[in-house]
Ligand binder design. Structure first.
Ligand code: RTP
Length: 153
């Protein structure tokens, strides 16, 4: 992917976000911003996938509870594409702890507890590549162009 506009990120609406009916709102925010949905699926993530996804946090005291929370119901996994989508995706999510998330962000609008913070977003381009490969098969990623790109880029 040499085109910087083709940067991709991995987002997942966590089980609390799915249960609270926030999938549509989160998709809408990224669509309206001008990002392109490349893949999406509702899935009950297996624990080994979640443990791998969060392996860098395995020494944290909240790791076990985090994996249990993420395995407690279906998540909506997505891949989004566009200019600086990794950094902008994190900005749109808001700070990890919702009490520090600005109103107007997803977490800042919808939650108050770090253990129920609605949505995951990759924290770096390399992390996004690892997470996309972990959650999606190549054939699940849709390679397409917007019919008319001039209104966003
Ligand atoms: P995420 O991976 O979910 O997007 O979150 P993040 O990068 O903003 O934050 P990270 O430090 O990677 O933490 C991953 C998730 O672990 C839960 N967490 N609980 N003190 C706690 O109880 C605590 N700290 C973090 C949150 O669900 C956080 O999103």
């Amino acid at each position: 992917m040499t085109d910087p506009k083709a940067e991709r990120t991995f987002l997942a609406v966590k089980p609390d976000g799915v249960q609270r009916g926030l999938v549509g709102d989160i998709i809408k925010r990224f669509e309206q911003r001008g990002y392109k949905l490349v893949a999406g699926k509702l899935m009950w993530a297996p624990k080994d996938l979640l443990m791998n996804h969060y392996k860098d946090l395995s020494d944290k005291p909240f790791y076990k509870g985090l994996v249990e929370y993420m395995a407690s119901g279906p998540v909506f996994a997505m891949v989004w594409e566009g200019k600086e989508v990794v950094k902008m995706g994190r900005k749109m999510l808001g700070a990890t702890n919702p009490l520090q998330s600005e109103p107007g962000t997803i977490r800042g609008d919808y939650c108050i507890d770090v253990g129920r913070n609605i949505c995951h977003g990759s924290d770096a381009v390399e992390t996004a590549q690892r997470e996309i490969a972990l959650w999606f098969k190549d054939e699940e990623l849709c390679d397409y162009e917007f019919a008319d790109k001039k209104w966003v880029y």
